[in-house]
Design a protein around this ligand. Sequence first.
Ligand SMILES: [Fe+2]
Ligand SMILES: [Fe+2]
Length: 313
Amino acid sequence: MVSLEELAGGQPDLSQAVLLFEAGRHRVYWVGSEEATHFRCNAYLLCHGDANVLIDPGGRFHYDQVSRRVEGVVDPQKITHIVVQHQDPDLCGSLPLWLERQGGIKVLTNSRAAVLLPHYGLTCPIEETDDGWLPLGDGAKLRFLPAPFMHFPGAFVTYDPISKFLFSGDIFAAVNADWQMFVQDFDLHSGFMEIFHTDYMAGHRALAGFTAMLRREQVPIRAILPQHGSIIMERDVPKALEWLGNLLCGLDLIYPADEPRSTPSQRRSPPAVPVADRALGKRPMNTAALVLGLLLILTVGAAVEGWIPTLAR
Ligand SMILES: [Fe+2]
Ligand SMILES: [Fe+2]
């Protein structure tokens, strides 16, 4: 029996697939990419009997290492489904390579992403996940839950009722060069998640709506498995949901006049310059500094040129 808590005590051997859950015919593996980058990508393989489901298989450049890890578990010819939780290239740019190898794979995504995936050169039919479930056999099934505008309008997450894992795509993603497979210190880790969510998530309403939906649906979550960053363990799940539901990001910061109500402790000074300028390192102009500067120029000018007496005459 695999214990996530025991696994989280150290860094697992990343040269191969990492078994995260096992119960009878049901297994879940990490098969992501390993490289020295802040934007490291996770991919997951879920096996249940004859069903072998890849979730967010990764970009084209990661195909070799992800497929090598998958080969250690199952013949890639036996992959039955690929779930694409939104259509970004870091998440599914490798799709054409997987389908070249096994043309019978069923690709599943939301109807909004389904119109975009063919632009990767796919000619296969794409199944839409909008009805919410993927049967795996023996009554087991995966559940798809909507996550609108997080960050794609048709984004969704995948819940496995057997492992109680929530595969969250870019939600709860973090950017951190010092990557660990499991979150060790949530408060420290939330800073790395904030960097990602600030610029990639639509805004507070999307985040709060998503966390409210999870609470309403009452899905018990044993771990959150994002596409970037570290796996959030059960002990930190309540904190993670609270953190996400209270975060200001995206449009809250770009258009602060529309900022939703929040407690003072959650308020931060939003930048008054567009994101494009922030990316270039420009700083918002401080009005007080501008007024002080003008007064200083006038005072120096008056002292040197005698402007004030001249103007008074
Ligand atoms: Fe994305
Ligand atoms: Fe991503």
